[in-house]
Design a protein around this ligand. Structure first.
Ligand code: GLC
Length: 568
């Protein structure tokens, strides 16, 4: 497999300039509104992040990925952007951003910004102008406007559903007050899709990439990277025809869907790559692309974005066979394309893995394809949840992930072993998928509840005010101050693992070791470092070697069930 620079031998300043810094980075996702609140308004903010840089440094991560922090009405938690080149005044200012970026860099941490190119918000200047302008105008051409079907255009141009439920088209009122055209929105109606065949849109995003790159952003996470280009030649296929035409098991395998994963999208990323390469070190990117497994590599190509999220482990059950197959396949794919693998168990869109692994269905998110359902294991009954088992398996899985070649993406709070908050009252929910899909999905708010920093006090140390999503009484148990310096706590496990990973990790390869037990996975990394996971419930004999770290206490010469150990 491909080899890269030995990270451990590079000095800090070399590391800062290393064009390959991202290939095996540990990246920590911050959902800014729920991380740390500096001014007591109940919403996390940029200054709050800056104040926690020492915490991030001690955690030992290589980079922060910041979910959207742009001006937004928060119709979709900030993924509805009003202005791509500014900071939400509720979160701070461009000066605060500069301060945060400097503090992170000072601490040796890179900064990855989320960019949302598929849709703007309906409060963006462009959309306001489109509504105020006539049919066929240049302003309408920045979005996807169509006349409706039916005698008076009263029916949407197609029967497509939005990802959050409900129709994917919304009718507008024309400037003269009459019912008018329809615009397309794959997500909420506050998120009109941009028209990427319009050169103006393409140029404006190149400007945005440079804007943030000039302000210290080292890389970009590209939101729904596979949706930008569309072929809406009429007649549009119905949703039944589309699902019949879908021959893949997890998405179209041939690029023929009218908006998901079309081949032309890569022309856009080739242009982005040119911008990334204007910088030293080149800016990096990671695609969020829920596509057929055979098509992911195109997003991750070195001529494109460089990396793509691989959600396979996140969708897998806690199962040795599934993990083995996924890891082997993805490493082979990365080697073949020159990308580096990515791994992730939790993010702001899915139930936290400490909870998934405690549920009877096995732990996978079951989100095959873009049906939106996978975003929530719709309200599993609390009595079926085994919190202890969930956390134990989550620790084992995370320790395994941190031993894998490639980049590990972590989501804020997983280092605390935080559980999903299942019982948010309907009146407090914020996620559009809850409102647009009533009774089917309970939405993603449960993994977005503000972090507990302190065992007690207002909003558990998140800020001086009431947190914007309610924190349950049990949150204090998972607080940073309850785990800091406590031997065996999840926080200390992550700190040790991240530190060791930095020291031990060299070439991007692994070698499987035959264990003779189908429930036990063992592999060696270059330099003789090993990771062994017992996915079963029964203890097994511990392989020989010096124990570096284990996800649960070892039992003499035995490796207990649901446990990972690192050996040398
Ligand atoms: C991505 C984001 C998700 C958002 C959606 C629409 O999937 O991760 O949070 O709702 O895009 O922007």
């Amino acid at each position: 497999m491909s080899t890269t620079a030995t990270l451990a031998t590079l000095s800090d300043s070399n590391l800062a300039a290393d064009p390959n810094w991202w290939r095996q980075a540990s990246v920590y996702q911050i959902y800014p509104r729920s991380f740390s609140d500096s001014n007591g308004d109940g919403l996390g903010d940029i200054k709050g992040i800056t104040a926690k840089v020492p915490y991030l440094k001690e955690l030992g991560i290589d980079a922060v990925w910041l979910s959207p922090f742009y001006p937004s009405a928060l119709a979709d938690g900030g993924y509805d952007v009003d202005d791509y080149r500014n900071v939400d005044p509720k979160l701070g200012t461009l000066e605060d951003f500069a301060e945060m970026s400097a503090a992170l860099h000072e601490a040796g941490i890179k900064l990855i910004a989320d960019i949302v190119p598929n849709h703007s918000s309906d409060r963006h200047e462009w959309f306001k102008e489109a509504l105020a302008s006539p049919r066929g105008s240049a302003a309408r051409e920045r979005y996807i406007f169509r006349d409706g079907l039916g005698k008076n255009g009263e029916l949407p141009p197609s029967d497509w559903d939005s990802v959050f439920g409900g129709p994917a088209w919304e009718r507008i009122t024309e400037p003269d007050g009459t019912p008018g055209q329809w615009y397309m929105h794959i997500f909420a109606k506050e998120q009109p899709d941009l028209n990427w065949s319009n050169r103006e849109i393409r140029d404006d995003f190149l400007k945005t990439l440079r804007f943030w790159s000039d302000r210290g952003v080292d890389g970009f996470r590209v939101d729904v990277a596979h949706a930008l280009t569309k072929d809406l030649t009429e007649p549009l296929l119905s949703k039944v025809e589309l699902s019949e035409a879908n021959t893949g098991t997890d998405g179209f395998a041939d690029g023929s869907h009218p908006f998901w994963d079309r081949d032309e999208v890569h022309e856009i990323y080739a242009e982005w790559r040119e911008v990334f390469n204007e910088y030293n070190p080149p800016r990096t990117a990671v695609a969020e692309a829920w596509v057929h497994a055979t098509r992911r590599a195109r997003y991750a190509s070195p001529q494109g974005l460089g990396q793509a999220f691989n959600f396979d482990l996140l969708q897998a059950d806690f199962d040795a066979d599934e993990f083995h197959e996924i890891i082997t396949r993805n490493l082979a794919e990365a080697t073949a394309t020159g990308a580096s693998s990515t791994w992730v168990f939790s993010n702001h869109d899915v139930v936290r893995h400490a909870t998934r692994y405690g549920l009877p269905m096995g732990g996978g998110v079951h989100a095959k394809g873009q049906d939106g359902k996978g975003w929530l294991l719709a309200g599993a009954p609390a009595e079926e949840l085994d919190v202890e088992l969930g956390l134990r398996r989550a620790r084992a899985a995370s320790l395994l992930m941190l031993a894998l070649p490639g980049s590990a993406y972590l989501y804020q709070g997983e280092e605390l072993g935080l559980q999903e908050v299942a019982d948010i009252p309907d009146s407090e929910r914020q996620d559009p998928s809850f409102f647009r899909n009533k009774g089917v999905e309970i939405g993603r708010d449960g993994c977005r509840v503000p972090l507990p920093w302190a065992t007690e006090g207002t909003s558990f140390g998140f800020g001086a005010g009431r947190a914007h999503l309610p924190q349950p009484a049990w949150f204090g148990r998972y607080a940073v101050d309850a785990q800091d310096g406590v031997e065996g706590s999840t926080l200390e496990l992550y700190r040790k693992a991240l530190k060791l990973r930095r020291e031990l990790q060299t070439a991007e390869e692994l070698e499987w070791v035959e264990t003779g037990n189908p429930k036990v996975l063992q592999f060696t990394r270059h330099g003789g470092w090993q990771s062994v996971t017992n996915f079963g419930a029964e203890p097994v004999e511990l392989p020989a070697g010096e124990v570096l770290l284990s996800s649960a206490p070892l039992d003499g010469k035995l490796l207990p069930g649901n446990t990972t150990v690192w050996l040398r």
